[in-house]
Design a protein around this ligand. Structure first.
Ligand code: NDP
Ligand code: MG
Length: 382
């Protein structure tokens, strides 16, 4: 039995993780579940899975959750997430919250020596060096849930002494693959929220449409696998069957494949190093007689290059692009900015926020705060 805490249990990854737990009651015990606003679903989940602790971010919903769960400890607010990741019996924390909010609880979980199943890529984008160093110091494993990084992680099993020459992160290209700038100027959030291959939370779905998701994943890969910029390439593969590829120094390549289903990498991360039997759909070659590959269009989808440049510049730059992007995406979802304007906001924040070469945790928190204020201001002036 493995004791698990899930941060963000009401989200896309969180609910799929609970499906995995539901199908394997002999393997997992849930210690803690957390949500930000969705009290109704959180209560349902807690009644089914009976965790010892439940956290609701929104303080106005604290009483509602408490009354519905008299046999469970119920806390509220951001600081309660730290309690949720540091329960003594917990062995693994699945970080499935969205955005910068994952950083502090992940750091606290690592300090409490909990292994991390990492869905929240923004944690590594913002503070990858600091987080990976902490994990090393505390002997904690970080097992990626992001499908591309899970693929690379799986390709590296048994290759501990063989350095990576290069990795290829595959990208579906999103709903606007092949479209030109004229078209992109006027796309709506409804169109952008229709991802061809994956059903995900709103923020990552917009990130997929702008290719920022792939940019964030490039930075995530750098830290997870200790790579330099020239060792990371992105290739568009619209079928999303090959989840990513590792190339070794003999020129040999290993790829991990499967039908696009996030439950697979979630399963792998929770059960690692074992593989658990599933009845998930099996891949049928004849349904995919063609697998295609092409270069990402970085003229129309500038965010991928913005992220590459931020990674090369280092310091607090990835933290700036992450915060600016979170604000820009939220504004796009409220129809306050156009699709192409999101990249302008991010670029302007990189220009205007002070660069810090070797940021401390406090520097990251400050950078995030100042960037959000600036991005909001830029949006108001549009
Ligand atoms: P969702 O938006 O579906 O879910 C986010 C979860 O986090 C919800 O439980 C939400 O609670 C909670 N939450 C939202 N804001 C906060 C906050 N400020 N503080 C604490 N909790 C919060 O996101 P996804 O599940 O799609 O994504 C989660 C993470 O996993 C992201 O970092 C994403 O990049 C990554 N990921 C997701 C994939 C996917 O297929 N969805 C694939 C690969 C990576 P509530 O429901 O109450 O709002
Ligand atoms: Mg991914």
């Amino acid at each position: 039995m493995k004791n698990i805490a899930i941060l963000g249990s009401t989200g896309s990854i969180g609910t799929q993780a609970l499906e995995v737990v539901r199908a394997n009651p002999q393997l997992y015990v849930l210690d803690a579940l957390t949500a930000q606003n969705n009290a109704k679903l959180l209560i349902e989940q807690a009644l089914e899975f009976k965790p010892s602790l439940v956290v609701i971010g929104d303080e106005s919903k604290h009483q509602e959750v408490k009354s519905a769960l008299p046999n469970c400890k119920v806390l509220c607010g951001d600081e309660a997430l730290v309690t949720a990741v540091t329960l003594p019996q917990t062995q693994m924390v699945l970080t499935a919250v969205v955005g910068f909010s994952g950083l502090i609880p992940t750091i606290e979980a690592i300090k409490a020596k909990k292994n991390i199943a990492l869905a929240n890529k923004e944690t590594l984008v913002v503070a990858g060096e600091l987080v990976m160093n902490l994990a090393k110091e505390h002997g904690v494993k970080i097992i990626p849930v992001d499908s591309e990084h899970s693929a690379i992680f799986q390709c590296l099993v048994g290759e501990e002494n063989n350095p990576i020459e290069k990795i290829y992160l595959t990208a579906s290209g999103g709903p606007f693959r092949g479209r030109n700038l004229e078209f992109l100027k006027n796309v709506t959030k409804t169109e952008a929220l229709k991802h061809p291959n994956w059903v995900m939370g709103a923020k990552i779905t917009i990130d997929s449409a702008t290719l920022m998701n792939k940019g964030l994943e490039v930075i995530e890969a750098k830290w997870l696998f200790g790579l330099e910029a020239h060792q990371i390439d992105v290739i568009v593969h619209p079928q999303s069957i090959i989840h990513s590829i590792v190339q070794f120094k003999d020129g040999s390549m290993k790829a991990q494949m499967g039908v696009p289903d996030m439950k697979l990498p979630i399963h792998y991360a929770l059960a690692y190093p074992q593989r658990i039997e599933t009845n998930f759909e099996r891949f049928d070659f004849l349904k995919y007689p063609e697998m295609t590959f092409s270069k990402p269009d970085t003229t129309c989808f500038r965010n991928l290059n913005i992220a590459f440049e931020a990674m090369k510049k280092g310091g607090n730059t990835p933290c700036i692009i992450n915060a600016a992007n979170e604000i820009a995406v939220a504004a796009f979802l409220k129809d306050e900015v156009g699709f192409l304007q999101m990249s302008n906001i991010i670029e302007q924040c990189v220009t205007e926020i002070s660069f810090i070469e070797k940021p401390s945790l406090n520097n990251y928190l400050e950078t995030d705060k100042h960037t959000r204020i600036l991005a909001e201001k830029l949006i108001k002036n549009i």
